[in-house]
Ligand binder design. Structure first.
Ligand SMILES: [Zn+2]
Length: 396
């Protein structure tokens, strides 16, 4: 049960029950389609007459289609399908180096996408983003765009203002307002790890009852997104989840946040690259100062023992931090997102071993590597808009 926040609540109206039942019906169709109206009434417990009224409305608005299914015997039943193309979503994965913009459906499948180098200045970013959005919409005029979701390497407050983004260095700009003014669509901005946690909840292959899930995004830095009791944890200042900046060693390497030896300085891609550079300073392969993390993983696969050691050490520190999260928060699932999942056959066992050694013996959290091909950050960005159409309305 939630205590009612008297500074931030929405009154239930006469339409609230209807709206909730509509979202429940839509979610059943999303999860179980194709199904008949009778199936929906049975699964949801809604009265057949209520189901019919809701379905007629959803068909009229284009969210659902109904057509003949396969006959087992006798009359062919009419089955309901989700119209995934109903709402076009512009999904944006903003990263310090590279930005990817995609047009997606409500099934988070990408119709088309484009990537470019992230400009140093937020205004130049908005200009480039507007150009890409115009091109995508022009190429797919039949798709009706409902909104944009942006996942980014930082934390944003309730108003969409960047409050903490040490790897982006853009200051406290209000990204949401700036983008909304430029593209004239509703925009949701969210920390990439939070967005990935939501994407796992909505699109991951987990049992329906999973409500406690942690996403850890690993790239230049390390972000944590906490979904507890099905809700994102934001903390009092919208910065919850910054476990990446918990000090592991006060004498460790300097961190863009201004401190030294943060967890992300030991468990991120840049940490592994730094360690590799140190180890190969004399006599390493030429040109390794501009080495990418993908190359480092390739070296490790090809038997380069310095690269293997750098990856193994990164995995150990990842496991050390995760053991703390698993013990303290007891999530059902931890999903790891990042390039490192491509080397999960090497990294995964080390991470799991560290957790086994350090967390409580009874810990039953599943550690899952997010599939890189699914573009989890981009899918997370799309999920920000998906949940607005399928999630439970917020009252009280
Ligand atoms: Zn830090």
């Amino acid at each position: 049960m939630r205590k009612i926040d008297l500074t931030n609540f929405r009154l239930a109206t006469s339409g609230t029950a209807r709206q909730i039942n509509r979202r429940i019906a839509l979610s059943f169709i999303r999860r179980q389609a194709p199904l008949s109206r009778a199936d929906l009434a049975r699964s949801s417990g809604l009265q057949p007459s209520t189901v019919s009224a809701i379905i007629d409305e959803l068909i009229e608005e284009g969210w659902v289609t109904e057509g003949p299914g396969q006959a087992t015997r006798g009359r062919r039943p009419r089955l309901l399908h989700l119209n995934a193309e109903r709402a076009g979503i512009i999904a944006v994965d903003l990263r310090p180096e590279m930005t990817t913009v995609a047009l997606a459906g409500v099934d988070a499948r990408f119709i088309e996408q484009a990537s470019w180098r992230t400009p140093d200045d937020p205004r130049a970013f908005i200009e480039a983003l507007s150009r890409t959005v115009r091109t995508l919409r022009k190429a797919h005029p039949q798709v009706l765009c409902e909104g944009m979701g942006v996942s980014l390497p930082g934390r944003v407050d309730r108003d969409g203002r960047l409050v903490f983004a040490p790897n982006l260095r853009w200051g406290t700009v209000n990204l949401r307002t700036m983008i909304e003014a430029a593209i004239e669509l509703p925009v949701a901005v969210e920390n990439a790890a939070n967005a990935c946690a939501l994407a796992e909840l909505w699109f991951g292959h987990h049992p329906e009852h999973v409500r406690n899930l942690i996403a850890v995004t690993i790239s230049e830095g390390l972000g944590v997104g906490l979904l507890m009791n099905g809700q994102l944890v934001r903390g009092g200042d919208a910065r919850a989840g910054e476990f990446g900046h918990v000090t592991v060693d006060e004498n460790g390497p300097p961190c863009p946040c201004g401190k030294r030896g943060c967890w992300e300085r030991f468990a991120s891609n840049s940490a592994a690259l730094g360690r590799y550079r140190e180890a190969t300073a004399n006599g390493g392969p030429p040109g390794e100062s501009r080495l990418s993390f993908d190359q480092l993983m390739r070296f490790a696969r090809d038997g380069d023992r310095h690269a293997q050691a750098a990856l193994d050490r990164m995995a150990e520190y990842l496991g050390i931090g995760l053991a703390g999260l698993v013990t303290g928060l007891s999530p059902e699932v931890v999903v790891v997102v990042g390039e490192v999942t491509a080397a999960w056959d090497r990294v995964g066992p080390i991470v799991n071993e560290m957790i086994k050694r350090r967390a409580l013996p009874s810990a039953s959290t599943r550690i899952v590597a997010a599939e890189r091909a699914l573009q989890p950050r981009l899918r997370g960005a799309a999920t920000l808009v998906v949940q607005q159409h399928f999630g439970a309305p917020n009252v009280a």
